[in-house]
Ligand binder design. Structure first.
Ligand SMILES: Nc1ncnc2c1ncn2[C@@H]1O[C@H](COP(=O)(O)OP(=O)(O)OP(=O)(O)O)[C@@H](O)[C@H]1O
Length: 370
């Protein structure tokens, strides 16, 4: 278990502290990003959110419009004081999604390129490269050119090349995106091992929630140029605060208001901002989020008897396969996603336009302050 990332003093004196501001005519990025030594932070967000722009700014490929980037006691970019370290002067290693290995160089020389570019003489640079290839399990392909390598091997060479300069900041841009599913799983596990052993700061950009959950100590969610949520992977998954995060982790999410009053027991009624109400198992007063899994939603052909709480009429919009189950998209107050069996889809005739009843138990609904 790494703890360096939670050590605020070390974080400010030796890690990354950045206020990244990039203004373009149709886009405005403004985020604070802090990460300690040994900490892996994943930037997660939809297309066009500004993830790559942030990474490029940290790398020195995109000058800031305002703000500042500090790494340890070095200033990498600060427009106000005209400080700007060029990419080759920054103590960073970068792995891009398409690897960008030099096609005419062997794996060994690709890895040795980094130390060479930092002024290390040829023989020690090659010795360091050999040792890095051994660490990533590729000593036997040292002489191979990139086109002779598999996707997973090329990715490992790219990682070895980035680490061979002993960077204080490692930047990974969709590092697993180019791999097929099976290779991806192996390389993800390897990458996690290498990142655990790495004592510098790592910022990783990904679209893929699973990569972020497995690799990162902390998630920073970026939407439309702003941070909308951050926290440990478990916190973010448990308590999404935006539609995007809720969809990512596969939860139904609603914003609402409760006065904290409820029926006997601990239940609280939440009036949802977009209509409808839900009774939750836990009483929280004020502005709240309520979230529940699609698997917690039961569908019925007619209004179920008994308790009328959390039971409302919905209309099927679409059905798609989701793992072993079928995910049904429903409109209503509120609209919901429900995971049901293929048998249930057939029995209830869940075609688009079909009207059914949705129900969810109060105990299955999480409620937390907004
Ligand atoms: N070189 C550029 N010049 C001008 N605009 C750009 C440039 N690169 C990106 N943009 C724009 O800046 C915004 C942020 O893009 P960016 O690539 O940082 O987002 P992203 O979160 O990495 O998206 P994706 O996941 O699709 O890669 C988008 O509106 C994009 O069209």
């Amino acid at each position: 278990m790494r703890t360096a990332g939670h050590d605020a003093n070390r974080r400010t004196s030796t890690g990354l502290r950045a206020h990244v501001v990039v203004r373009r005519p149709a886009f405005d990025l403004d985020l604070d990003l802090t990460a300690g030594p040994g900490e892996v932070v994943a930037l997660l967000g939809p297309n066009g959110a500004g993830k790559s722009t942030t990474l490029r700014a940290l790398a020195g490929l995109q000058p800031l419009s305002a703000g500042e980037i500090h790494l340890g006691d070095r200033v990498l970019d600060r427009p106000a004081t005209r400080d700007y370290l060029r990419v080759e002067q920054r103590p960073i290693g970068v792995v891009f999604q398409d690897y960008l290995l030099f096609p005419h160089l062997s794996a060994l020389d690709n890895v040795a390129f980094g130390p060479r570019a930092h002024g290390v003489p040829k023989a020690p640079a090659r010795a360091a490269a050999q040792s890095w290839l051994e660490r990533v399990g590729l000593a036997d392909v040292a002489g191979a050119r990139p086109r002779a390598l598999s996707g997973g091997q090329a990715q490992r060479v790219a990682l070895a090349r980035a680490l061979a300069v002993e960077p204080r900041l490692l930047l990974l841009d969709e590092p697993l995106a180019a791999l097929d599913a099976a290779t991806r799983m192996d390389v993800r596990a390897d990458l996690r091992r290498h990142l655990s052993a790495y004592d510098g700061t790592c910022v990783l950009v990904t679209h893929e929630p699973l990569d972020a959950m497995v690799l990162a100590d902390r998630l920073v969610v970026l939407e439309n140029g702003r941070v909308t949520q951050q926290g440990s992977p478990a916190e973010v998954a448990r308590t999404p605060r935006t539609e995007y995060v809720a969809r990512l982790v596969g939860l139904n999410l609603f914003r609402g208001h409760t006065d904290g009053a409820g029926e006997a027991g601990a239940a609280g009624v939440v009036r949802l901002a977009d209509g409808g109400e839900l009774t939750t198992g836990r009483r929280v007063a004020g502005e709240v989020f309520v979230a529940f899994a699609p698997s917690a939603v039961a569908l019925y052909g007619s209004a179920p008897g008994g308790s009328p709480r959390n039971c409302w009429q919905v209309e099927v919009v679409g059905v798609e396969r989701h793992g072993d189950l079928m995910r049904v998209r429903l409109t209503g107050r509120p609209p919901v996603l429900a995971d049901v069996t293929a048998d249930a889809v057939a029995d209830l005739g869940l075609q688009p336009g079909a009207r059914v009843w949705a129900s969810v138990k109060a105990a299955e609904i999480r409620c937390y302050p907004a």
